[in-house]
Write a protein that binds this ligand. Sequence first.
Ligand code: MEV
Length: 443
Amino acid sequence: MPNKSKIISGFSKLSKQQKIDWINSLIHESNAASTLKNQLAPPEKTQKIFDGLSENVISNYILPFSVAPNFLINGQPYCVPMVTEESSVVAAAASAAKYWALHGGIKAEVISMTKLGQVHFCWNGPKEALLEIWDELVELFTIATNDLTKNMRARGGGIQKIELKDFTEVEPEYYQIMVSFDTKDSMGANFINSILERIGDILEDFVGSHPKLKQYRLEIVMAILSNYTPECIVRASVECRLDQKELPGCGQEGSLTFAKKLHKAVRIAEIDPHRATTHNKGIFNGVDAVIIATGNDFRAVEACGHTYASRNGKYESLSHCELTKTSFKFWLDLPLAVGTVGGLTTLHPLAKLSLDLLGNPSAEELMQIVAATGLMQNYAALKSLVTTGIQHGHMKMHLSNIINHLEASPQETQDILAHFQEKKVTFTAVREYLASLRQEKVQ
Ligand code: MEV
């Protein structure tokens, strides 16, 4: 029996093969090594890129790469690339997008594009002494980071604002320098962090050599971007008049009844954090899938989205709905810090391909596409929840997974699909039905 609690030192120094052998010694599956090795062997050049992205790389972890066509955003059609392992997500986004494409499409607008970073420091002198030199310091920070901001300024971005924030009421001696940035089409993490570290060094040097200030103690705690970007916001929305058009997906029950249920479902997610969490999870099913496909940082996007959802002191829905007797409006406000240049966007072949598929969008355009996908995902989930129930759609996907797993022939697949159209799908029921089909054939 392999020992799962083995401690190993020098793992990073082992060759890839040695790492795989070690992993193999920890697991039961006898062909684990070949499973790891056989992950879609990419060309050597690409594999080198993957190997360089992280540490102790021993294989590639493959997820489905899908597309959701028929997104009409601001009058422009898109086929949206999505990476997700969850069945029904892509189908749901694609079908909602198609409904709305036939009903005027999705409107999306970027409301603001500001990214933030902080230099956290402690200072045991009087605040007034800091305020006295503040304007001089801001000028110094700007001049001394000119070399770092030069290229970004040439693209129209750079530092927007440098502010001093006093937190001493909640934590003794604690202050922040909050810096606002425009990073244009890049997510800007490295750019922001380099500038913040430089600002921290300058602050330390300036105070340490200032005749009046050096008697006090200044300590830089850390300098790092903030993944919370409440001023980097995109809004995606759909609307229609209920008296002129059928609300997409309303089915038999009519637009107004359906719209009322959908409105209530959103209202519940606005007031109840338990429901809001699941509701927003559904939004991130779509958001993350595009973020991953385009080589962006889904952890940053998620963390930011959830903080934003809590900005009123309670975790709330990210989407909202407005209903009158004659009109329906459904929208999503999302803070999104994404890039379409730099980072993985140009390194990962599928991220590159995804951006290509989207027409090589600017960061603003990608924000609109991501938010539109989140909105459609949410619409599709709510539509199912307030009409047929979520299991109805899931079961169809589940059935096709079971059929694949049981390796049914095309004829058997057809028979199974017909048989289970109105019946409850379970693995055992499908297996038994397939066995009965095969038995009939033998007889
Ligand atoms: C499942 O991944 C997502 C949903 O639960 C979202 C929702 O409940 O709104 C269907």
